[in-house]
Each structure stands twice: as C-alpha cells, then as structure tokens.
Design a protein around this ligand. Structure first.
Ligand code: PRT
Ligand code: ZN
Length: 284
C-alpha cells in the first residue's frame, strides 16, 4: 500500500514541494521528470499535476493527499480537508485598482468590473460586503485588464507587489493570505492514515527545526543563573564546565521569533562566544 501524493508538475510550488519531501527523507530523485514517481524509501507515490487540478484529484480519490496553495483550495471548493500548513508559497489574494484612483472603502467596487482568475473567492467576498459588482473571469495576465479598459479593478495573487506596480496599480484590499497546505481526501483507509501520520510527523519535525536555532555560548559563572533564566530550551539548558575556571558552556534552543531579543539580553548578561547553529530536524 502506498499513499498517493499530488504535487505541482512545474511552477512556483514545485521546487519547494520536492525540497520538503527531501527534508522529510523521502527520495523521488529518479522520477521528477515523469508523470509519477515512487519514493524509494517511503510508501508514497508522487503524481505531478497542474495545481488547479489537485483539489479535484484529491476529492475523487485518484490522489489521497496533495500539496497546493490555499488560494486554489478555496477557489475550487472541493470536498477535501486542509491538514497542515507547509510554510512555503506565501502570498496574498488582493484587490487592486489604478494608482491614481481614489479608493476610500470597498464601496468603490459597487457597480464596477473586476477582472480575476478567482471568481468563487471574489463572489464570496462581494457577498459578505454586500457589494454588487460585475466579475470578469480571465485566466492569465489579469494585471493588464484595467490598462486595456477591460476592468476597473482586479483581484489577483500578490507577493512582492512589483507586478502591480509595473502595471500602474495599487493594492487596496487583502481578501486572503495564502501558503502551500497539505490537503487530504476525507475518506482515507486505516492503512493510508498510518502513512499520512508518519509523513505529518516528519513535516512537523522539519517545520519546528526551521523555526528554531541551537545556541551555544560561554557564560561567566557569577552570571550563570541570570543567563539560564533567559533561555527557554526544550527542557532546561545544558551547562558544562569550561577548561578556564569560572566559566561554563551553555547550550540551548531558541525560537526564531524571540531570537534577536534574547541574544541581546544574553550579551548584556555577559555571555561570550555565542554560536548559533541551524537545526536539521527537531523531534519533541
Ligand atoms: O501550471 P500550473 O497551473 O500548475 O501553475 P500556475 O501558473 O497556475 O501557478 P503558479 O506556479 O504561478 O503558482 C502556484 C501557486 O504559487 C499559486 O497558486 C500560489 O498559491 C503560489 N504563489 C506564491 C504565487 C505567487 N506567490 C505569485 N507571486 N502564485 C502566483 N504569483 C504571481 C501572480 O499571479 C502575479 O502574476 O506572481 C505575480 C505577482 O507577483 P509579485 O511578486 O510581482 O507581486
Ligand atoms: Zn494553475
């Protein structure tokens, strides 16, 4: 029995999806240019598909799980469950209008034409805001629609904002924040669930490791208590005596979010020779 996983064949999510599998110790290196590939060391078979098709394949049970952008999951609105955020492919789905337009509120959109590849999400957004507008569904190059007189506004994916800028547009509403997610068919069999749980355990260990750093530092013994107090660690920090009398080596794990703040405080407390090391996997 193998778990069938759908990922994007080529495009913005492809490389990061392969990379995540690799970080989970899953090797599909002999099949990335084919339609499907079997991992040599994990019971998973990978299907390479267009991202738009992944929710449908997972709903139909042709694939059991998939890696795909949340934006696509919500737009396709299929019977699939979002199980895990994957931390890559981050972007937002936003409304944009001409740079010189006066946009005070979402009322601006009333009776206007909005070009988008996301008609389901935009319809839902307009409904929630009680706005009556006209949706023009187009499949690519949405950002040129206002310039050629096809629409008054657009709704499209934004990441750096440079596409909007280059087309004389400005972002005025964010409808959805998105990243790649793991989706599953709701009716998996016991044995498939077991493989999924194994995969999820590995993904979570990789994600935790990315959010944490291993820190080693030298501390003067007279400030040891204060320094230990600053470190959260997984249980408590490891403290080892240094060859030089009066000093100890302290090892701990710091979260990315409060990393810089804690490092500054450690320095103030007399810590020296601080080394920060990336963690490859973190099992807690
Ligand atoms: O061929 P296939 O159908 O599989 O791929 P696709 O062309 O439909 O999708 P692709 O590869 O472009 O994107 C796949 C997924 O990546 C999307 O569904 C999002 O979840 C995610 N993602 C992340 C993005 C972006 N960032 C992104 N910047 N998808 C698209 N863009 C485009 C956007 O449409 C716009 O044209 O990039 C432009 C904006 O980028 P900035 O940086 O100029 O703002
Ligand atoms: Zn697509």
């Amino acid at each position: 029995m193998r778990l069938r996983l759908a990922i994007q064949k080529s495009g913005r999510l492809h490389d990061d999806s392969i990379k995540l599998l690799k970080e989970c110790g899953i090797d599909i290196s002999n099949g990335v240019n084919k339609l499907k590939a079997e991992a040599s060391n994990f019971p998973v078979e990978v299907f390479f598909l267009r991202d738009d098709d992944i929710p449908q394949y997972v709903e139909d049970g042709v694939a059991d799980i998939g890696f795909v952008g949340e934006n696509v999951v919500y737009e396709k609105n299929k019977e699939v469950e979002v199980v895990e955020m994957l931390g890559y492919g981050k972007c937002r789905l936003s409304i944009a209008v001409g740079r010189n337009e006066r946009y005070d509120s979402v009322q601006y959109l009333s009776k206007r034409r909005i070009a988008t590849s996301y008609p389901v999400i935009v319809t839902d957004f307009l409904k929630k805001n009680n706005i009556d507008a006209e949706i023009h569904e187009i499949s690519g190059s949405v950002e040129i629609a206002p310039g050629i007189g096809l629409a008054d506004a657009i709704c499209d994916i934004v990441s750096s904002g440079s596409t909007l800028f280059m087309n004389g547009l400005k972002e005025v509403e964010t409808i959805l924040k998105s990243e790649a997610v793991l989706i599953r068919n709701p009716l998996l069999k016991e044995e498939q669930l077991k493989i999924l749980n194994k995969l999820l355990f590995r993904i979570q260990s990789v994600k935790k490791a990315k959010n944490n750093k291993y820190v080693l530092l030298n501390a003067p013994n007279e400030n040891l208590e204060e320094i230990i107090g600053l470190l959260p660690g997984m249980k408590s920090p490891t403290v080892l005596p240094l060859a030089q009398a009066g000093w100890s080596s302290v090892h701990s794990v710091l979260n990315e979010n409060d990393f810089w703040e804690i490092i500054e405080k450690l320095k103030e407390a007399g810590a020296q020779g601080i080394l920060v090391v990336p963690i490859e996997k973190m099992i807690v």
